[in-house]
Design a protein around this ligand. Structure first.
Ligand SMILES: *[C@@H]1O[C@H](CO)[C@@H](O)[C@H](O)[C@H]1NC(C)=O
Ligand SMILES: *[C@@H]1O[C@H](CO)[C@@H](O)[C@H](O)[C@H]1NC(C)=O
Ligand SMILES: *[C@@H]1O[C@H](CO)[C@@H](O)[C@H](O)[C@H]1NC(C)=O
Ligand SMILES: *[C@@H]1O[C@H](CO)[C@@H](O)[C@H](O)[C@H]1NC(C)=O
Ligand SMILES: *[C@@H]1O[C@H](CO)[C@@H](O)[C@H](O)[C@H]1NC(C)=O
Ligand SMILES: *[C@@H]1O[C@H](CO)[C@@H](O)[C@H](O)[C@H]1NC(C)=O
Ligand SMILES: *[C@@H]1O[C@H](CO)[C@@H](O)[C@H](O)[C@H]1NC(C)=O
Ligand SMILES: *[C@@H]1O[C@H](CO)[C@@H](O)[C@H](O)[C@H]1NC(C)=O
Ligand SMILES: *[C@@H]1O[C@H](CO)[C@@H](O)[C@H](O)[C@H]1NC(C)=O
Length: 475
């Protein structure tokens, strides 16, 4: 028999016990560490979970979730599935409406490393998955670990070679691995105070969801593993991300529009390191991206800082990037990125793609130290319009040995193209303001900077420079 624990303050006890006593054996607790009253809770231990990390605890976890879900329907309040200290190896866990995974600070949920641990459909390969659910969450200070290193076929400092499950025919190449946590068509999602560690593929994925809060989440993925994205916000609205710490191989915060638009996203007070883009819009970009705010973000030693990579005809508007410190450097060119602190492009993916468009971007209070310049490149059918760069300190210097002199249009488009290195490289723009911007150029031997501003009047129109300084300095 499982125990349904009710965590409430003594004041409300009598009212609550009445409604519960007929149903299950209750143990009513005074809560020690849950400040909020009025939710049910059930421990996976009560259903036989061992928490040893060797045997699978899938069945007890699923039973606990089902019991919680039944209690949610019956009593109309949230129910927490508690994971006490321990390691819980599991196949895919399906979250239900009203159910919150409450993972103790010293508890880890370990994703199974085998194909049989995941559902048949590749689109549902997640360690934890919620589909068509409301009021769901993951909290508690604990860890969810995808055992990503078990998916590395060969470690390689340039880029790890990953296991592929394409033998199912579900997917091809090396992008055929399970994601860590997914919310598909969900509403009112709360992910807070958890560590998401070593995903085998993408880490935290929102799909066609609405009203998501992601707070105090730490994401760690192997720096050399491809596709270890941090947070992918796909076709979802009203997402608030704050106080995140992301250190991973692939794109850290990555909105995508594949089957619908992305409206209202904010990411604030974050720290990011990645071998790819720290913030990346796209490259899946068929629909709108609108009304985003990125504020108070530190980006260190990344391959690209703020990137808008619109390839599929979608349009972007009303974005603010403020109070951001960026350091970008070159890494192995098999990774997209060429050390650009800011990268904005609408070049169509291929001949059959429509050109996207980008307008109303504001970059304010940006400090960057980078091995390459800012790249702003619209396309014939998709100009960049009304871009503002205000209060920026840009320091250009080289500190790695990787080759420069390449412009990176990947994926698709013109791929990699030889080109001089510029402070601002601009193509196909209408309306650009640069105000209070200082560029400092390192004066050392390795310096191969060409032009502070690189553009042709035939494709760049209506630019204004106000308080723009360019000067060299001795390292
Ligand atoms: C978690 O484990 C650590 C080390 O074993 C211990 O010091 C700490 O008290 C535990 N924390 C809690 C909240 O139980
Ligand atoms: C994936 O499948 C294709 C075709 O079925 C095969 O050629 C390829 O080697 C497989 N890749 C991996 C990494 O297993
Ligand atoms: C997001 O908002 C847009 C605009 O209102 C809407 O078309 C779209 O369906 C919404 N997406 C979701 C997942 O709610
Ligand atoms: C976006 O946010 C605005 C302002 O809060 C709100 O009015 C609008 O409905 C939101 N859009 C969507 C698609 O939810
Ligand atoms: C900026 O974010 C950091 C956390 O990364 C936080 O400590 C700091 O208080 C934030 N600053 C402001 C002005 O909000
Ligand atoms: C950026 O760097 C400046 C100067 O070092 C510092 O005052 C500011 O707090 C930093 N901001 C962020 C978001 O890291
Ligand atoms: C740029 O540097 C100047 C002089 O050091 C400083 O006053 C200003 O606050 C800096 N601006 C930003 C956005 O970091
Ligand atoms: C930019 O920095 C200045 C000076 O620190 C501050 O007054 C202003 O509010 C900041 N702008 C934004 C959009 O955060
Ligand atoms: C030039 O660009 C600025 C800023 O993007 C815009 O406000 C202005 O209307 C444009 N002027 C013309 C003549 O297009």
């Amino acid at each position: 028999m499982f125990q349904l624990q009710f965590l409430v303050s003594t004041v409300t006890l009598s009212f609550i016990t009445q409604s519960y006593s007929s149903m299950v054996q209750l143990s009513i607790l005074q809560s020690h560490y849950h400040p909020k009253p009025y939710f049910l809770s059930i421990s996976v231990i009560g259903f036989g979970a061992a928490g040893g990390g060797v045997e699978y605890d899938t069945v007890p976890i699923r039973k606990a979730i089902n019991a919680c879900s039944a209690a949610v329907s019956k009593y109309r309040r949230q129910c927490h599935v508690i994971f006490p200290p321990g390691k819980y190896l599991t196949a895919t866990i399906l979250l239900k409406s009203g159910v919150v995974l409450d993972i103790h600070r010293n508890a880890t949920i370990l994703g199974g490393p085998k194909l049989e641990d995941y559902p048949k459909e590749q689109s549902r390969w997640y360690v934890i998955l919620a589909e068509d659910a409301v009021d769901v969450g993951i909290i508690g200070g604990g860890e969810i670990n995808g055992q990503g290193l078990k998916f590395v076929q060969r470690l390689d400092e340039k880029k790890n070679v990953m296991v592929s499950w394409n033998r199912t025919g579900a997917c091809l190449g090396d992008e055929c691995r399970p994601r860590l946590v997914g919310f598909i068509r969900c509403r009112n999602i709360k992910v807070s105070d958890v560590r998401l560690i070593e995903p085998a593929y993408w880490c935290l994925h929102l799909v066609r969801s609405d009203k998501t809060s992601i707070r105090d989440v730490t994401i760690y993925g192997n720096f050399n593993s491809p596709n270890n994205d941090g947070i992918d916000i796909e076709d979802s609205n009203n997402t608030v991300i704050t106080r995140c710490n992301i250190n991973t191989g692939d794109d850290a915060i990555c909105p995508k529009s594949s089957t619908g638009p992305v409206y209202n996203l904010s990411a604030t007070d974050c720290w990011i390191r990645t071998k790819s883009s720290a913030i990346k819009l796209g490259s899946a970009s068929f629909y709108a991206f609108k009304n985003f705010l990125f504020d108070n973000i530190t980006i260190v030693e990344s391959h690209r800082g703020l990137a808008l990579q619109i390839r599929d005809g979608g349009y972007v508007s009303d974005m603010t990037f403020s109070n951001i410190n960026i350091s970008t450097r070159y890494y192995h060119p098999s990774w997209w990125g060429r050390a650009e602190p800011i990268y904005v492009t609408t070049c169509p993916r291929d001949a059959s793609s429509k050109a996207g468009s980008i307008s109303n971007l504001r970059f304010v209070n940006i400090t960057a130290t980078s091995e390459n310049g800012i790249f702003l490149s619209g396309s014939g059918g998709g100009v960049l319009s009304n871009l503002k760069f205000i209060n920026m300190n840009l320091t250009y210097k080289r500190w790695t040995k990787f080759t420069d002199g390449l412009v990176d249009y990947r994926p698709g488009c013109q791929e990699l193209v030889k080109h001089q290195t510029a402070g601002f490289m601009m193509e196909h723009i209408d309306g650009l303001v640069v105000e209070n911007v200082v560029m400092k150029w390192s004066n050392d031997e390795s310096m191969r900077w060409n032009n502070p501003l690189d553009f042709r009047p035939s494709t760049v129109n209506n630019i204004s420079l106000l308080n723009f300084y360019s000067r060299s300095y001795q390292q």
